[in-house]
Design a protein around this ligand. Structure first.
Ligand SMILES: NC(=O)c1ccc[n+]([C@@H]2O[C@H](COP(=O)([O-])OP(=O)(O)OC[C@H]3O[C@@H](n4cnc5c(N)ncnc54)[C@H](OP(=O)(O)O)[C@@H]3O)[C@@H](O)[C@H]2O)c1
Length: 318
């Protein structure tokens, strides 16, 4: 059920994670508990999501009452962009671990490559800072490496980095990033970035893998409304009907079959089940070609807050 991929450091990561951003607060604890009962073994969170404490509470309770041990679970959290100075990285992870009630994190990711100034209300509330800060990505990465050396993170990686940023980090890294977590779905299949990452053994982990249908976040999040809804696309529906699966499963299976990890968010029990059950069917070459044709390059998460930042990642082709 929980198929795992081997990362470049030998750690094993469940290929499907539950995305937790925007799970409604009132539904969060029940959803995390349900996910663990269903067989999810990988939970994706971040300081930015403001849900680490609730997730930590449920995980702790679940480990006390089930046969699972901490080693059975894989928890990912992310470094908030205001904590990218070398001296801030370790304390930020300590705070995340405290909220999550864990003594180590399986995967610690730089949430965006763009450092932002700290706000006055340190420690920060999970709200978006607004001013840029000049921090060399190598400085942040060096501090990320320290979290591995001191045992607080088992693996480290990045999000939304382009190939040049990965090159820059990897050149002097003592520990290579294991993951680049990026937006990827049928409209934005990330072929070039994937081709760049494969030989370097950096796993592409797809956020927004369903194309984030029904996105209704605050305007400030600057998520571009999609021109269509991939789970309602005729091509996807036809393939789903042929395999007796759902459109969501087809979209996720396409990414999984290309070797990516996926982070679908759902708080609906039936869809949560569907999203986990991707390994008892496969798409034919013809299906994959049909899905390839849906590529438009359309990006939902433009990271518009960071436009103009020297590390804004999307001015490069990939
Ligand atoms: N690193 C980053 O910068 C970054 C950025 C964005 C997201 N992420 C991570 O990626 C996760 C997923 O991204 P996302 O939430 O934007 O997009 P998504 O997973 O592509 O889409 C989630 C939406 O699809 C619906 N859905 C889920 N399963 C479905 C299915 N089988 N069929 C039809 N609809 C389905 C969900 O509604 P229901 O809940 O009602 O099912 C929700 O509205 C986030 O939760 C977060 O953990 C990371």
């Amino acid at each position: 059920m929980a198929v795992r991929l081997t990362l470049n450091n030998g750690q094993r990561i469940p290929q499907v994670a539950l995305g937790t951003s925007r799970i409604s607060a009132g539904n969060l604890e029940v959803t995390i508990r349900r996910a663990l009962e269903m067989g999810y073994r990988h939970i994706d969170t971040a300081f930015m999501y403001g849900n680490e404490a609730a997730i930590g509470k449920v995980v702790e309770e679940y480990l006390e009452t089930s046969n699972l041990t901490r080693q059975d679970l894989f928890i990912t959290t992310k470094l908030f962009p205001s904590y990218m100075k070398g001296t801030a990285v370790g304390p930020a992870l300590d705070e995340s671990l405290r909220r999550l009630r864990l003594n180590y994190i399986d995967l610690f990711l730089i949430h965006v490559p763009c450092a932002m100034k700290e706000l006055d209300n340190y420690p920060l509330k999970p709200q978006q800072p607004t001013e840029f800060m000049a921090v060399d990505l190598k400085e942040t990465w060096k501090a990320m490496e320290e979290t591995v050396y001191n045992g607080k993170a088992h693996s480290i990686g990045v999000c939304s980095c382009n190939s040049k940023q990965l090159d820059y980090i990897c050149k002097t890294a003592r520990i290579q990033p294991v993951v680049n977590q990026v937006e990827a779905h049928a409209r934005l299949p990330q072929r070039k970035l994937h081709d760049y990452c494969k030989p370097r053994k950096i796993l592409l982990q797809a956020f927004c893998p369903l194309g984030s249908p029904n996105f209704s976040g605050p305007v400030a999040l600057n998520v571009v409304q999609s021109s269509d809804n991939l789970v309602e696309h005729r091509v996807i529906i036809d393939i789903a009907e042929k395999h007796n699966r759902t459109p969501g499963q087809v979209l996720l299976r396409n990414l999984v079959q290309r070797g990516m990890a996926v982070i679908p968010k759902s708080e609906n029990p039936q869809r949560m089940e569907e999203n986990l059950r991707l390994f008892s069917f496969s798409l034919s070459e013809e299906d994959m070609i049909q899905i390839d044709k849906l590529e438009t390059g359309e990006r939902r998460f433009q990271l518009a807050w960071y436009k103009g930042h020297p590390e804004y990642p999307f001015d490069e082709e990939f």
